[in-house]
Design a protein. Structure first.
Length: 179
């Protein structure tokens, strides 16, 4: 989540409109994709920030590049362009995502494991740790990390729960060396 006040305002406005129209879920999915597009294509931000093109031409480019995107999202991009805030687009997407997750009682989590988690394991982790962060569930991203040797490392926001074998061995080593 960003610390941009501007991004929070735009994201809040879009979120409230999406809620009124019952489109929070679909728009959140589009925002995920747009975040990837803007993150992976730095040229896109440069293009929209370039003084070579008029605002009308940039809007036309946005409409062509993002065909099929929800009109609310497209309008938000146009508003950002008009306000010369396209550099905040990614922050707006992240803020919207955070608002939608918060409203749904969902928290993002990264689970590092030595192998892909089964659906049952993901559900069990979600059910157990969601309570610890006062949420209804966790949206888990499973990241494979063979260096863990065994067990898992879970990151929810800035909290880390580490039950990996490598962590246990490190603690044991420090304990043995220290005594």
């Amino acid at each position: 989540m960003s610390n941009s006040v501007v991004a929070k305002r735009y994201a809040t406005a879009l979120f409230e409109l999406a809620q009124l129209r019952g489109l929070t879920g679909p728009i959140q999915e589009e925002m995920k994709e747009l975040t990837k597009v803007f993150r992976d294509n730095k040229e896109l931000s440069e293009l929209f920030g370039s003084p070579k093109f008029t605002a009308a031409k940039k809007k036309e480019m946005i409409a062509n590049i993002f065909k099929g995107v929800n009109p609310l999202v497209l309008n938000t991009l146009h508003v950002l362009l008009d306000a010369k805030r396209m550099d905040e687009a990614q922050n707006v997407f992240e803020e919207f995502h955070a608002l939608a997750n918060n409203a749904a009682g969902i928290e993002e989590a990264k689970v590092y494991s030595t192998r892909p988690l089964t659906e049952q394991e993901s559900n069990a982790i979600s059910a157990t740790f969601a309570k610890k962060v006062n949420k209804q569930s966790l949206r888990i991203e499973n990241i494979i990390d063979p260096s863990l040797i065994g067990g898992i490392r879970l990151q929810i926001g800035n909290q880390i729960y580490d039950s990996s074998l490598s962590s246990s061995l490190d603690k044991l080593q420090r304990k043995l060396i220290g005594s």
